[in-house]
Design a binder for this molecule. Structure first.
Ligand SMILES: [Zn+2]
Ligand SMILES: [Zn+2]
Length: 296
């Protein structure tokens, strides 16, 4: 009896984590951010090659004089982005001039004044951790010890509520990226068990008409899930949230559009048919989520 030759299953091709054929990535850092060295044309070329139709360049700006992107030259940045937009438009890639602003409630008036006098196409407000933050690697274990989860997240979540209530931003970036700093002292699963901790942030977004970002950088960091998770995106919709954005938060070429398919899937599963965007003063638009995500 001859033994039947078993044909091995063909190797599963490694999933390409960098998305193709999507209309929009709204969170990208270039060499205009201290923590990125990517020339803007690298993203332009990748977008043309991969079929990502529209990009928001959202380099950092900080208002704390001790931080790395303290009030950079607006005109110089805008000139770089607009020139790149002109170069890439003929290749079918639209590039918008955005920013990711580090929100600090104690500097809200200064931030408001800056945004009043500088016309960006699209504005992300994010709560970032400072060197003095309780989530800093040197002190996070001590911060978590003996505190309830509500107490643990309060410094970040309360500040995020204030960012949303300020009404200054098109969207709030990486809502719960403290998952990254809390791990492994607090896991994403533990946070998922107390979704009520997110309600004040989501309600503030809904009340102020501010967008929620699905940020995919968490997929390549220790939490291994988006900021925030699919369940929180769905809850945002339930509460009346209608403005959702999706960004890869790339700081390197290999992160461009990384995990963005997953963000679009999460958006569609949460009941969204379009993503929110702004292309300059007064130009709020909805960008349709491709049919392939909507088909159940
Ligand atoms: Zn950020
Ligand atoms: Zn960012």
């Amino acid at each position: 009896m001859t033994e039947e030759l078993r044909v091995a299953d063909p190797p599963t091709p490694a999933a390409d984590p960098q998305a193709r054929d999507l209309p929009l990535d709204t969170h990208l850092h270039t060499d205009q951010s201290f923590d990125s060295q990517v020339p803007i044309d690298v993203y332009g070329a990748m977008a043309a090659e991969r079929g990502i139709a529209e990009l928001a360049i959202t380099d950092h700006i900080d208002f704390d004089p001790g931080w790395s992107n303290y009030k950079p030259d607006f005109r110089a940045r805008e000139a770089i982005v607009r020139a790149a937009a002109d170069r890439w438009a003929p290749h079918g890639v639209a590039i918008r001039f955005g920013l990711e602003l580090s929100y600090e409630s104690k500097r809200e008036e200064e931030i408001r004044d800056h945004l009043r006098h500088h016309a960006y196409d699209f504005v992300i407000g994010s709560v970032h951790i400072s060197p003095a933050s309780p989530y800093h690697a040197r002190r996070v274990a001590g911060w978590v010890a003996g505190r309830s989860l509500a107490e643990v997240v309060a410094p970040s979540f309360d500040e995020t509520v204030a960012a949303a209530r300020s009404g200054l931003f098109d969207t709030i970036g990486h809502l719960d990226s403290i998952k990254r700093y809390l791990w492994p002292h607090v896991t994403p699963a533990q946070l998922a068990e107390q979704p009520e901790l997110y309600e004040p942030m989501l309600q503030a977004l809904v009340d102020s008409g501010t967008g929620l970002e699905v940020n995919t950088s968490g997929l390549r960091q220790t939490p291994m899930e988006t900021y925030p998770s699919a369940a929180i995106v769905a809850r945002f919709r339930e509460l009346g949230g209608r403005r959702l954005t999706a960004g890869s938060d790339a700081h390197r070429p290999s992160w461009f559009a990384h995990g963005l398919d997953e963000a679009y899937r999460i958006a569609a599963a949460g009941g969204f048919k379009e993503l929110a965007f702004r292309r300059g003063p007064g130009e709020r638009v909805g960008v349709a989520i491709p049919d392939r995500f909507l088909a159940r």
